[in-house]
Design a protein around this ligand. Structure first.
Ligand SMILES: [Zn+2]
Length: 139
C-alpha cells in the first residue's frame, strides 16, 4: 500500500461502526425501529421522529447514480494527480444516498440512473473507503 496523501474521514464513535464495516467489506446504514426511517450518514437520533432506537443494517451495495460530475482539471491539490475522476451521489436500493467516486469505468458513458455497485478500497491500515462501479443491469 503506497502512502495515502489525500484527506481522510474523521473517525468518531458513530462513524467508526461504518468504517469498521467497510474494512469487512460491508456497507452499513441505519434504520429507525420506531418509524422505519432509513438513515445515512450515521446519526444518534432519527431525523424523522427523534427516536434513539436505531439499528445498523447491511446494504446489498447496489444503487443508481443520482447525480455526478467528472473533474478534468482544477482539482484540489491532493486530488490533482487523480484527474479525471468522477464524484457522484448514489441512490442506494435501501433508500439512502451516499457520495463517493465512480471507478473502473469510461467516464463518457456515465449517465444518471446508471446501476452501480460498491467496491471497497483500503487506503490506510485503518480506513477502507467505499467506491462504486457500474454493474450490468439485472437480467
Ligand atoms: Zn424515526
Amino acid at each position: 500500500m503506497t502512502e495515502y496523501t489525500k484527506p481522510l474521514p474523521l473517525i468518531t464513535d458513530l462513524s467508526r461502526v461504518f468504517y469498521d464495516g467497510c474494512k469487512e467489506r460491508k456497507l452499513l446504514y441505519q434504520q429507525c425501529r420506531e418509524c422505519g426511517e432509513v438513515i445515512f450518514f450515521p446519526k444518534k437520533i432519527c431525523s424523522n421522529c427523534m427516536s434513539r432506537d436505531l439499528e445498523w443494517k447491511q446494504s446489498q451495495g447496489r444503487g443508481k447514480i443520482h447525480s455526478f460530475t467528472v473533474t478534468y482539471s482544477y482539482a484540489p491539490p491532493e486530488f490533482a494527480k487523480d484527474t479525471p475522476y468522477a464524484l457522484s451521489i448514489i441512490a442506494m436500493d435501501e433508500g439512502f444516498y451516499i457520495m463517493s467516486n465512480i471507478v473502473d469505468c469510461d467516464f463518457d458513458k456515465l449517465v444518471c440512473d446508471l446501476p452501480v455497485e460498491v467496491v471497497f478500497q483500503p487506503v490506510t491500515p485503518d480506513i477502507t473507503l467505499p467506491k462504486f462501479r457500474p454493474r450490468p443491469p439485472a437480467r
